[in-house]
Design a protein around this ligand. Structure first.
Ligand SMILES: Cc1ncc(COP(=O)(O)O)c(C=O)c1O
Length: 359
Protein backbone atom coordinates (compact mmCIF):
# COMPACT_ATOMS: atom_id res chain seq x y z
CA UNK A 1 0.00 0.00 0.00
CA UNK A 2 1.26 3.46 -0.90
CA UNK A 3 -0.43 6.74 0.05
CA UNK A 4 -0.32 9.45 -2.59
CA UNK A 5 -0.13 13.20 -2.01
CA UNK A 6 -3.75 14.23 -2.59
CA UNK A 7 -4.27 17.92 -3.43
CA UNK A 8 -8.07 17.65 -3.68
CA UNK A 9 -10.08 20.70 -2.62
CA UNK A 10 -12.55 18.46 -0.83
CA UNK A 11 -13.23 15.83 0.22
CA UNK A 12 -9.58 16.19 1.04
CA UNK A 13 -6.68 14.45 2.77
CA UNK A 14 -7.11 13.53 6.41
CA UNK A 15 -4.17 13.19 8.80
CA UNK A 16 -2.67 9.71 8.43
CA UNK A 17 -2.61 9.26 12.22
CA UNK A 18 -6.38 9.81 12.28
CA UNK A 19 -7.00 7.29 9.49
CA UNK A 20 -4.88 4.74 11.33
CA UNK A 21 -6.77 5.32 14.55
CA UNK A 22 -10.10 4.86 12.72
CA UNK A 23 -8.79 1.61 11.25
CA UNK A 24 -7.58 0.37 14.62
CA UNK A 25 -10.89 0.99 16.37
CA UNK A 26 -13.28 0.31 13.50
CA UNK A 27 -14.57 -2.93 15.00
CA UNK A 28 -14.52 -1.83 18.62
CA UNK A 29 -14.55 1.86 19.47
CA UNK A 30 -13.63 2.82 23.04
CA UNK A 31 -14.23 -0.70 24.33
CA UNK A 32 -17.91 -0.58 23.34
CA UNK A 33 -17.79 -3.67 21.15
CA UNK A 34 -19.21 -1.54 18.31
CA UNK A 35 -17.91 0.72 15.60
CA UNK A 36 -18.73 4.40 16.11
CA UNK A 37 -20.86 4.12 12.97
CA UNK A 38 -22.98 1.42 14.57
CA UNK A 39 -23.79 3.31 17.76
CA UNK A 40 -27.17 4.78 18.58
CA UNK A 41 -26.84 8.55 18.46
CA UNK A 42 -28.71 8.74 21.78
CA UNK A 43 -26.69 6.02 23.51
CA UNK A 44 -24.16 6.94 26.17
CA UNK A 45 -21.22 5.70 24.03
CA UNK A 46 -21.96 8.08 21.17
CA UNK A 47 -22.97 10.97 23.43
CA UNK A 48 -19.55 10.74 25.11
CA UNK A 49 -17.88 10.97 21.67
CA UNK A 50 -20.09 13.90 20.65
CA UNK A 51 -19.48 15.84 23.86
CA UNK A 52 -15.72 15.29 23.72
CA UNK A 53 -15.62 16.50 20.10
CA UNK A 54 -17.44 19.70 21.02
CA UNK A 55 -15.23 20.27 24.07
CA UNK A 56 -12.07 19.82 21.99
CA UNK A 57 -13.32 22.17 19.27
CA UNK A 58 -14.20 24.77 21.92
CA UNK A 59 -10.70 24.51 23.33
CA UNK A 60 -8.97 24.67 19.94
CA UNK A 61 -10.90 27.73 18.76
CA UNK A 62 -11.35 29.33 22.21
CA UNK A 63 -15.10 29.45 21.61
CA UNK A 64 -16.76 31.65 24.27
CA UNK A 65 -19.53 30.20 26.47
CA UNK A 66 -22.25 32.32 24.88
CA UNK A 67 -21.70 30.60 21.53
CA UNK A 68 -23.41 27.32 20.64
CA UNK A 69 -21.75 24.66 18.49
CA UNK A 70 -23.99 22.68 16.14
CA UNK A 71 -23.14 19.55 14.14
CA UNK A 72 -25.56 19.61 11.19
CA UNK A 73 -26.17 17.82 7.91
CA UNK A 74 -26.61 19.28 4.44
CA UNK A 75 -23.13 20.72 3.96
CA UNK A 76 -22.32 24.39 3.74
CA UNK A 77 -24.81 24.66 0.88
CA UNK A 78 -27.74 23.98 3.22
CA UNK A 79 -26.51 26.90 5.33
CA UNK A 80 -26.74 29.21 2.31
CA UNK A 81 -30.54 28.94 2.74
CA UNK A 82 -30.58 28.34 6.50
CA UNK A 83 -28.91 31.68 7.24
CA UNK A 84 -31.54 33.99 5.69
CA UNK A 85 -34.38 31.81 7.02
CA UNK A 86 -33.07 32.22 10.56
CA UNK A 87 -31.23 35.51 10.61
CA UNK A 88 -32.77 37.82 8.00
CA UNK A 89 -36.00 38.36 9.90
CA UNK A 90 -35.65 42.00 10.94
CA UNK A 91 -35.52 44.20 7.84
CA UNK A 92 -35.39 41.05 5.66
CA UNK A 93 -32.27 42.48 4.03
CA UNK A 94 -28.70 41.20 4.18
CA UNK A 95 -25.28 42.37 2.96
CA UNK A 96 -23.11 39.91 1.02
CA UNK A 97 -19.55 40.38 -0.19
CA UNK A 98 -19.05 38.77 -3.61
CA UNK A 99 -15.42 37.65 -3.54
CA UNK A 100 -15.52 34.52 -5.72
CA UNK A 101 -17.40 31.40 -6.73
CA UNK A 102 -18.65 30.34 -3.30
CA UNK A 103 -19.86 33.72 -2.11
CA UNK A 104 -21.66 33.98 -5.45
CA UNK A 105 -23.42 30.68 -4.70
CA UNK A 106 -24.29 31.93 -1.22
CA UNK A 107 -25.77 35.11 -2.74
CA UNK A 108 -27.86 33.23 -5.31
CA UNK A 109 -29.35 30.96 -2.66
CA UNK A 110 -29.91 33.72 -0.09
CA UNK A 111 -31.65 35.84 -2.76
CA UNK A 112 -34.47 33.28 -2.73
CA UNK A 113 -35.16 34.01 0.93
CA UNK A 114 -34.20 37.65 1.58
CA UNK A 115 -33.26 40.86 -0.18
CA UNK A 116 -29.52 40.71 -0.84
CA UNK A 117 -27.37 43.82 -1.13
CA UNK A 118 -24.00 43.01 -2.73
CA UNK A 119 -21.95 45.29 -0.50
CA UNK A 120 -18.80 44.83 -2.60
CA UNK A 121 -18.08 42.85 -5.76
CA UNK A 122 -14.62 41.61 -6.68
CA UNK A 123 -15.55 40.59 -10.23
CA UNK A 124 -14.23 43.97 -11.45
CA UNK A 125 -10.71 43.01 -10.37
CA UNK A 126 -11.04 39.44 -11.66
CA UNK A 127 -11.37 38.14 -8.08
CA UNK A 128 -7.70 38.93 -7.60
CA UNK A 129 -8.06 40.84 -4.33
CA UNK A 130 -10.62 41.41 -1.60
CA UNK A 131 -12.37 44.81 -1.44
CA UNK A 132 -10.48 47.80 -0.06
CA UNK A 133 -12.05 49.36 3.06
CA UNK A 134 -13.56 52.24 1.03
CA UNK A 135 -15.17 49.94 -1.54
CA UNK A 136 -17.85 48.55 0.76
CA UNK A 137 -21.41 49.89 0.44
CA UNK A 138 -23.24 48.38 3.39
CA UNK A 139 -26.99 48.60 3.84
CA UNK A 140 -27.50 50.32 7.22
CA UNK A 141 -30.66 48.24 7.77
CA UNK A 142 -29.09 44.86 6.91
CA UNK A 143 -29.78 42.05 9.37
CA UNK A 144 -26.28 40.67 8.82
CA UNK A 145 -23.14 40.84 6.67
CA UNK A 146 -21.92 37.63 4.99
CA UNK A 147 -18.36 36.96 3.90
CA UNK A 148 -16.36 33.97 2.62
CA UNK A 149 -12.98 34.40 4.35
CA UNK A 150 -11.34 31.87 2.02
CA UNK A 151 -12.58 31.38 -1.54
CA UNK A 152 -11.72 27.76 -2.34
CA UNK A 153 -11.82 28.12 -6.12
CA UNK A 154 -10.35 31.58 -6.69
CA UNK A 155 -7.74 31.09 -3.96
CA UNK A 156 -8.58 34.39 -2.31
CA UNK A 157 -8.29 35.10 1.42
CA UNK A 158 -9.38 38.06 3.50
CA UNK A 159 -6.22 39.29 5.28
CA UNK A 160 -8.45 41.51 7.43
CA UNK A 161 -12.13 41.54 8.20
CA UNK A 162 -14.32 44.36 6.93
CA UNK A 163 -15.45 46.76 9.63
CA UNK A 164 -19.17 46.14 10.06
CA UNK A 165 -22.09 47.18 12.27
CA UNK A 166 -24.40 44.21 11.68
CA UNK A 167 -23.47 40.68 12.88
CA UNK A 168 -20.79 39.14 10.68
CA UNK A 169 -21.55 35.67 9.27
CA UNK A 170 -18.70 33.72 7.68
CA UNK A 171 -18.43 30.65 5.46
CA UNK A 172 -15.18 29.17 6.79
CA UNK A 173 -15.54 25.87 4.88
CA UNK A 174 -12.04 25.92 3.42
CA UNK A 175 -10.00 27.60 6.14
CA UNK A 176 -11.52 26.70 9.51
CA UNK A 177 -8.88 25.40 11.94
CA UNK A 178 -6.03 26.52 9.65
CA UNK A 179 -5.16 29.42 11.95
CA UNK A 180 -6.57 31.00 15.12
CA UNK A 181 -9.65 33.20 14.66
CA UNK A 182 -11.32 35.49 17.14
CA UNK A 183 -14.77 33.90 17.36
CA UNK A 184 -16.07 37.07 19.06
CA UNK A 185 -15.73 38.92 15.74
CA UNK A 186 -18.60 36.84 14.37
CA UNK A 187 -22.30 36.33 14.94
CA UNK A 188 -21.98 32.95 13.20
CA UNK A 189 -19.27 30.81 11.61
CA UNK A 190 -20.07 27.76 9.50
CA UNK A 191 -17.97 25.19 7.68
CA UNK A 192 -18.56 22.05 5.67
CA UNK A 193 -16.37 19.33 7.15
CA UNK A 194 -14.74 17.74 4.14
CA UNK A 195 -11.62 19.91 4.01
CA UNK A 196 -10.09 20.64 7.42
CA UNK A 197 -12.50 18.81 9.73
CA UNK A 198 -13.35 15.30 8.54
CA UNK A 199 -15.59 13.40 6.13
CA UNK A 200 -18.33 15.02 4.07
CA UNK A 201 -21.85 14.95 5.46
CA UNK A 202 -21.29 17.28 8.38
CA UNK A 203 -21.45 21.06 8.66
CA UNK A 204 -20.28 22.75 11.84
CA UNK A 205 -22.01 25.94 12.97
CA UNK A 206 -20.68 28.18 15.73
CA UNK A 207 -23.35 30.72 16.60
CA UNK A 208 -23.69 33.42 19.24
CA UNK A 209 -26.75 32.72 21.37
CA UNK A 210 -28.33 36.11 20.70
CA UNK A 211 -28.52 35.18 17.00
CA UNK A 212 -30.85 32.27 17.77
CA UNK A 213 -34.06 34.27 17.68
CA UNK A 214 -36.13 31.60 15.93
CA UNK A 215 -36.56 30.82 12.27
CA UNK A 216 -39.25 32.36 10.10
CA UNK A 217 -42.60 30.65 9.52
CA UNK A 218 -42.33 27.82 7.04
CA UNK A 219 -38.68 26.97 7.73
CA UNK A 220 -38.13 23.19 7.60
CA UNK A 221 -37.53 22.10 11.18
CA UNK A 222 -34.09 20.65 10.36
CA UNK A 223 -33.01 24.11 9.21
CA UNK A 224 -34.27 25.86 12.34
CA UNK A 225 -31.05 26.74 14.16
CA UNK A 226 -32.77 27.52 17.46
CA UNK A 227 -34.56 24.16 17.41
CA UNK A 228 -31.33 22.37 16.49
CA UNK A 229 -29.50 24.11 19.34
CA UNK A 230 -32.23 23.07 21.79
CA UNK A 231 -32.06 19.48 20.54
CA UNK A 232 -28.25 19.28 20.76
CA UNK A 233 -28.09 18.94 16.93
CA UNK A 234 -30.19 15.79 17.25
CA UNK A 235 -33.57 16.73 15.85
CA UNK A 236 -32.98 13.65 13.74
CA UNK A 237 -30.11 11.20 13.39
CA UNK A 238 -26.96 13.30 12.95
CA UNK A 239 -24.02 12.19 10.74
CA UNK A 240 -22.55 10.16 13.58
CA UNK A 241 -19.49 8.70 11.87
CA UNK A 242 -18.46 12.11 10.46
CA UNK A 243 -18.92 13.62 13.94
CA UNK A 244 -16.71 10.88 15.46
CA UNK A 245 -13.97 11.43 12.84
CA UNK A 246 -14.16 15.20 13.36
CA UNK A 247 -13.54 14.53 17.05
CA UNK A 248 -10.43 12.50 16.20
CA UNK A 249 -9.17 15.32 13.96
CA UNK A 250 -9.68 17.79 16.84
CA UNK A 251 -7.65 15.50 19.13
CA UNK A 252 -4.92 15.30 16.47
CA UNK A 253 -4.86 19.10 16.17
CA UNK A 254 -4.49 19.45 19.93
CA UNK A 255 -1.67 16.91 20.01
CA UNK A 256 0.12 18.74 17.18
CA UNK A 257 0.08 21.97 19.19
CA UNK A 258 -3.19 23.65 18.15
CA UNK A 259 -4.03 26.36 15.66
CA UNK A 260 -0.98 28.57 16.17
CA UNK A 261 1.22 25.68 15.10
CA UNK A 262 -1.12 24.98 12.16
CA UNK A 263 -0.90 28.63 11.08
CA UNK A 264 2.92 28.48 11.14
CA UNK A 265 3.01 25.27 9.12
CA UNK A 266 0.41 26.48 6.66
CA UNK A 267 2.32 29.74 6.18
CA UNK A 268 5.51 27.81 5.39
CA UNK A 269 3.76 25.44 2.97
CA UNK A 270 2.07 28.32 1.13
CA UNK A 271 5.32 30.31 0.94
CA UNK A 272 7.07 27.31 -0.58
CA UNK A 273 4.44 26.83 -3.29
CA UNK A 274 3.84 30.51 -4.15
CA UNK A 275 7.63 31.01 -4.13
CA UNK A 276 8.00 28.32 -6.81
CA UNK A 277 5.19 29.83 -8.89
CA UNK A 278 6.55 33.38 -8.65
CA UNK A 279 10.11 32.34 -9.44
CA UNK A 280 9.12 31.16 -12.91
CA UNK A 281 7.43 32.57 -16.02
CA UNK A 282 6.13 29.10 -16.76
CA UNK A 283 3.64 29.20 -13.85
CA UNK A 284 1.46 32.05 -12.61
CA UNK A 285 -1.08 32.93 -9.94
CA UNK A 286 -3.16 36.09 -10.46
CA UNK A 287 -4.06 36.87 -6.81
CA UNK A 288 -2.57 39.93 -5.05
CA UNK A 289 0.16 38.73 -2.67
CA UNK A 290 -1.57 39.85 0.55
CA UNK A 291 -4.86 38.15 -0.45
CA UNK A 292 -3.47 34.78 -1.46
CA UNK A 293 -5.12 31.76 0.14
CA UNK A 294 -2.91 29.55 2.28
CA UNK A 295 -5.24 26.61 1.71
CA UNK A 296 -6.07 26.63 -2.01
CA UNK A 297 -3.48 27.66 -4.58
CA UNK A 298 -4.77 27.99 -8.15
CA UNK A 299 -2.07 28.30 -10.77
CA UNK A 300 -1.86 28.47 -14.53
CA UNK A 301 0.63 27.29 -17.12
CA UNK A 302 1.92 29.83 -19.65
CA UNK A 303 0.85 27.26 -22.26
CA UNK A 304 -2.57 25.88 -21.21
CA UNK A 305 -2.23 23.13 -23.85
CA UNK A 306 0.21 21.42 -21.45
CA UNK A 307 -2.33 21.11 -18.61
CA UNK A 308 -3.43 17.56 -19.40
CA UNK A 309 0.18 16.40 -19.67
CA UNK A 310 0.94 18.11 -16.34
CA UNK A 311 -1.94 16.35 -14.59
CA UNK A 312 -1.15 12.95 -16.14
CA UNK A 313 2.54 13.10 -15.28
CA UNK A 314 1.82 14.43 -11.79
CA UNK A 315 -0.49 11.48 -11.21
CA UNK A 316 2.26 9.11 -12.30
CA UNK A 317 4.49 10.79 -9.72
CA UNK A 318 1.89 10.22 -6.95
CA UNK A 319 0.57 13.80 -6.93
CA UNK A 320 -3.20 13.60 -7.25
CA UNK A 321 -6.15 15.89 -8.02
CA UNK A 322 -4.30 18.94 -9.32
CA UNK A 323 -6.94 20.02 -11.85
CA UNK A 324 -8.49 23.45 -11.36
CA UNK A 325 -12.23 23.75 -10.65
CA UNK A 326 -14.32 23.52 -13.83
CA UNK A 327 -15.51 27.11 -13.20
CA UNK A 328 -11.98 28.51 -13.48
CA UNK A 329 -9.82 25.97 -15.32
CA UNK A 330 -6.06 25.82 -14.85
CA UNK A 331 -4.55 23.88 -11.97
CA UNK A 332 -5.03 24.00 -8.22
CA UNK A 333 -3.29 22.55 -5.20
CA UNK A 334 -5.24 22.44 -1.95
CA UNK A 335 -2.89 22.22 0.99
CA UNK A 336 -5.04 21.89 4.09
CA UNK A 337 -3.80 21.05 7.60
CA UNK A 338 -3.39 17.35 6.78
CA UNK A 339 -1.00 17.98 3.86
CA UNK A 340 2.54 17.82 5.23
CA UNK A 341 5.28 20.15 3.98
CA UNK A 342 6.88 17.06 2.45
CA UNK A 343 3.90 16.77 0.07
CA UNK A 344 4.20 20.41 -1.00
CA UNK A 345 7.95 19.92 -1.51
CA UNK A 346 7.21 16.90 -3.73
CA UNK A 347 4.86 19.08 -5.81
CA UNK A 348 7.38 21.91 -6.09
CA UNK A 349 10.10 19.46 -7.17
CA UNK A 350 7.76 17.98 -9.78
CA UNK A 351 6.86 21.48 -11.07
CA UNK A 352 10.50 22.39 -11.44
CA UNK A 353 11.26 19.16 -13.31
CA UNK A 354 8.19 19.62 -15.54
CA UNK A 355 9.30 23.15 -16.44
CA UNK A 356 12.79 21.93 -17.25
CA UNK A 357 11.37 19.38 -19.67
CA UNK A 358 8.58 21.44 -21.27
CA UNK A 359 9.51 25.09 -20.62
C1 LIG B 1 -16.13 28.02 0.67
C2 LIG B 1 -17.11 26.93 0.36
N1 LIG B 1 -18.41 27.12 0.69
C3 LIG B 1 -19.33 26.17 0.44
C4 LIG B 1 -19.00 24.98 -0.17
C5 LIG B 1 -20.09 23.96 -0.42
O1 LIG B 1 -19.95 22.95 0.50
P1 LIG B 1 -20.89 21.67 0.53
O2 LIG B 1 -20.57 20.87 -0.69
O3 LIG B 1 -20.48 21.01 1.80
O4 LIG B 1 -22.30 22.13 0.56
C6 LIG B 1 -17.67 24.73 -0.52
C7 LIG B 1 -17.32 23.44 -1.14
O5 LIG B 1 -16.27 23.21 -1.62
C8 LIG B 1 -16.71 25.74 -0.25
O6 LIG B 1 -15.43 25.55 -0.58
Amino acid sequence: MKRAWNFSAGPAMLPEAVLQRIASELLDTNGSGMSAMEMSHRGKEFLAIAEQAEADLRELMAIPDDYRVLFLQGGATALFATLPMNLANGSGRADYVRSGHWSDKAIREASRFCKVNVAADCEGNGFSRVPAADEYRFDPEADYVHITPNETIHGLRFPELPSVEAPLLADYSSSILSEPVNVRDYGLIYAGAQKNIGPAGLCIVIVREDQLQGAREGTPSLMDLQAQAKAGSMLNTPPTFAWYVAGLVFQWLKAEGGLTVMAERNGEKAALLYGAIDASDFYSNPVAAECRSRMNVPFFLADPALEDTFKAEAKQAGLLTLGGHRALGGLRASIYNAMPKEGVQALVDFMSDFERRYG
